[in-house]
Write a protein that binds this ligand. Structure first.
Ligand SMILES: [Zn+2]
Length: 236
């Protein structure tokens, strides 16, 4: 069995967050490229051009303060047909944040990002945060982390992390960040070419939006009951 926990987490770890999405359906030979921490002018437009060239749709987990700084790049991501997800406003670490601050930061980011997808910065959450956020978002984790941000490994190792572990339904994590820039710009074109050559297709991550409360049958029943009471003069 292949084991490289920093790239591909074993089940005993992923089972901690069973409601989170670690891998997409495995029936099709499709992988899901994801890009965290952008948008920034130095990297994100370059990624968008490359994806456009290959006609690939991907998913961008945006940091709210970067969206605020570079709204035109964020709009370009949407215009190009990619999916976007919430990665908090200040790239907060769940484990180091009190819950209220953490949730507020996510809501603040979502005023601009407007997504039902959430990926926790640094990939981890407290149990209470996980439970609370699972009711509001699809929490998207990963099947393969490229480690493109890690300057202690070579670009060849980053490429190898992707190609060795990518499989049907893999959610593959890259970063459109300055830290990852040099690795990413070397690795991503090669990873795409190699995965294509292996017969993989690419798609973005989408889930139907969680049904809003106003449409819920329970609420409609309560409204009907209130109207009936009003008509009977029992309630103003
Ligand atoms: Zn991040």
């Amino acid at each position: 069995m292949r084991l490289k926990p920093q790239v591909h987490l074993p089940h005993c770890i992923t089972n901690w967050f069973p409601l989170a999405i670690w891998r997409m359906p495995i029936e099709k030979k499709t992988v899901y490229l994801t890009f965290d921490d952008g948008p920034i002018p130095e990297v994100t437009p370059w990624v968008l051009d490359l994806l456009m060239e290959h006609n690939i749709k991907a998913t961008f987990f945006a940091v709210g303060e970067n969206v605020f700084r570079y709204p035109e790049i964020f709009e370009q991501i949407i215009d190009d047909g990619h999916a976007v997800g919430n990665h908090t406003y200040h790239h907060l670490q769940g484990l180091k944040s009190d819950n209220k601050t953490y949730y507020k930061d996510i809501v603040h980011a979502n005023k601009m990002i407007g997504s039902n997808l959430f990926r926790p910065p640094h990939g981890w959450l407290k149990r209470a945060q996980y439970r609370y956020l699972s009711g509001k978002y699809k929490i998207i984790m990963w099947d393969v982390i490229s480690c493109d941000y890690n300057q202690n490994i070579t670009k060849e190792e980053v490429l190898n992390n992707v190609l060795e572990f990518a499989r049907e339904g893999s959610i593959i994590t890259f970063h459109d960040s300055l830290k990852a820039e040099s690795h990413l710009k070397w690795v991503l074109p090669r990873a795409i070419e190699a995965l294509k050559a292996e017969g993989f297709e690419f798609d973005k991550i989408e889930f139907p939006k969680v049904r809003r409360l106003v449409f819920s049958p329970a609420l409609q029943r309560i409204r009907r009951l209130r109207n009936n009471l009003r008509q009977l003069g029992l309630r103003s």
